[in-house]
Design a protein around this ligand. Structure first.
Ligand code: SF4
Length: 86
């Protein structure tokens, strides 16, 4: 798949694009929960997350996460679900 070819298959393509670029703290919680659920089932979620990482996205909702919010810090030796210990 091309660098951005996966985008046309995103589950968010059919809906309103405005919510996906709005800071989640400005959206009603049920909307954010719905967006998270949509991303969870999206067939191109891994491409989306990788792309957001590659472009160093600092805003917008990508692959189930608001890229405008800081990530949770991890402590050395703490094993996250599905991840390796740091
Ligand atoms: S993972 Fe979420 S933001 Fe990314 S393409 Fe799919 S629905 Fe859109």
């Amino acid at each position: 798949m091309s660098t951005r070819g996966w985008m046309r298959y995103g589950s968010c393509v059919a809906g309103s694009s405005k919510v996906w670029i709005t800071d989640t703290d400005r959206l009603p919680k049920p909307v954010v929960e719905a967006m998270t659920a949509i991303c969870h089932c999206c067939p191109v979620r891994e491409h989306c997350a990788a792309y957001a990482d590659r472009i160093n996205a600092t805003g917008g909702f990508w692959a189930g996460r608001d890229r405008g919010l800081p990530t949770q810090p991890t402590l050395p030796g703490v094993k996250l679900l599905g991840g390796d210990a740091a």
